[in-house]
Ligand binder design. Structure first.
Ligand code: V47
Length: 385
């Protein structure tokens, strides 16, 4: 490990090399710690020099985190797949009454949550469909029941899309809904539902969801009342380079204002079983570029996550040298991408994550959802506060 770390330092001293003239001024700005522009973002996407782009992103990542690579021990809970939205990008949601729908009873959800506790999970990641009939209070009971049974586990629940929908169902403002969620035990929000903010793209992939402006406004409100959140970007469908850069710069502008985002997570589109099944899967080049360009453009985001479920454990591992500092967690029982054809395992053991990180020459750091150190003994854990 020390050898690899000193190799990184040596590479940094030798400086940056590229045959792509468009990258040289960008490298100079990265080196000086200056913010990149919209045009810089587009130029990065248009370049084929993945090693040069990765070199820059890695330099920024090492400046911010040294050799540390974060992971957590988490469990996913998807309370229902009934959804009114019919997004073309999604293979998980089903209309009420269609075959294959499910909705967990509260007791079932609380029990499911406990069934992965063999490695003492520190986080429940809860997202699901927009169910037309479940009342606002169902979700508050779900969260309260989890807190009662698993008081040490951080609850990261409800995307901005679900928050806006639940506010409507509960006939209250987004701020009131978020305050009620916080009171019930929601500790932070996941980054889903952001997709691509540009209207042209949203109309094709997720026509019935809140628009980009509403997603950002919901995040702004969450941050204002003290809830941290993540932010995602779904790439590899009908968007173009400009759409991706626009998406990230809108996130960067909001982060300047609130400081409430923790992690940026690019999500590779999985087309199988969706209404966009004709679109080819993303390639390794795109997955690595996406991580690296995310790190370079989002200079005010503390963390960039390469979600192993989405891009494969192997690609997530390599991403740790292309700008990512986090590979997410054990993710017990992933459903959303598996319905869309993901072939990754539905969960990984803690020891496997540690091995992936160590063999990338990085130092594994088990974090809680707020990036505090977690120490373990047997089947329990302590969070450094
Ligand atoms: O918003 C849905 C995406 C997201 C597909 O915050 C799809 O730590 C690819 O947001 N192919 C939900 N993607 C998951 C999510 C997430 C995941 C991991 C960590 C965190 C975090 C958040 O999944 C949705 C949508 O963008 N999605 N269908 C699909 N066919």
């Amino acid at each position: 490990m020390t050898d690899l770390s000193s190799q990184s330092a040596a590479r940094a001293r030798h400086g940056f090399q590229t045959e792509d003239a468009a990258l040289r001024p960008i490298a100079a700005r990265v080196d000086a710690g200056q913010r990149l522009s919209f045009d810089d973002g587009v130029a990065l996407y248009r370049s084929g020099d993945i090693l040069a782009i990765g070199w820059m992103a890695n330099a920024v990542r090492e400046r911010m985190h040294g050799d540390t690579a974060y992971f957590n021990v988490n469990r996913h809970i998807n309370p229902t797949n009934v959804c009114v939205a019919s997004c073309r990008l999604c293979a998980f949601g089903r209309k009420k009454g269609q075959p294959g729908t499910y909705t967990m009873a509260l007791e079932e959800a609380w029990q499911t949550a406990g069934s992965g506790l063999t490695e003492a999970v520190t986080e429940f990641h809860i997202v699901g469909g927009l169910h037309p009939d479940l009342p606002f209070e169902f979700f508050m009971d779900l969260v309260r029941g989890l807190k009662l049974r698993y008081p040490k586990v951080h609850i990261k629940a409800f995307t901005m899309v679900e928050v806006a929908f639940l506010a409507r169902i509960g006939k209250m403002s987004v701020e009131q809904a978020l305050l009620r969620m916080k009171e019930a035990g929601v500790d932070s929000l996941p980054g889903g539902g952001a997709e691509i903010f540009a209207d042209r793209v949203r109309h094709i992939i997720c026509d019935h969801k809140i628009d980009g402006g509403e997603w950002l406004e919901t995040a702004r409100t969450a941050h204002r009342i003290g809830l941290k959140s993540n932010a995602t970007m779904l790439y590899g469908h009908v968007e173009n380079d400009e759409d991706r850069v626009d998406h990230m710069l809108r996130l960067r502008a909001l982060q300047d204002e609130t400081g409430g985002f923790q992690t940026f997570i690019p999500l590779a589109f999985h087309p199988d079983n969706t209404a966009l099944a004709h679109i080819p899967k993303t390639t390794g080049m795109m997955d690595l570029k996406q991580i690296a360009i995310g790190r370079l453009l989002l200079d005010n985001f503390p963390h960039i996550k390469s979600y192993w479920q989405m891009v494969s454990p192997e690609m997530a591992q390599i991403s740790l040298r292309f700008g990512a500092d986090d590979i997410d967690g054990t993710v017990i029982e992933e459903k959303i991408y598996h319905d869309a054809g993901a072939t990754t395992p539905q969960g990984m053991r803690r020891a496997d994550l540690v091995r992936l990180i160590t063999q990338a020459g990085r130092v594994p750091f088990e974090r809680d959802t707020l990036y505090r150190a977690v120490t373990r003994s047997e089947d329990t854990f302590t969070v450094a506060v």
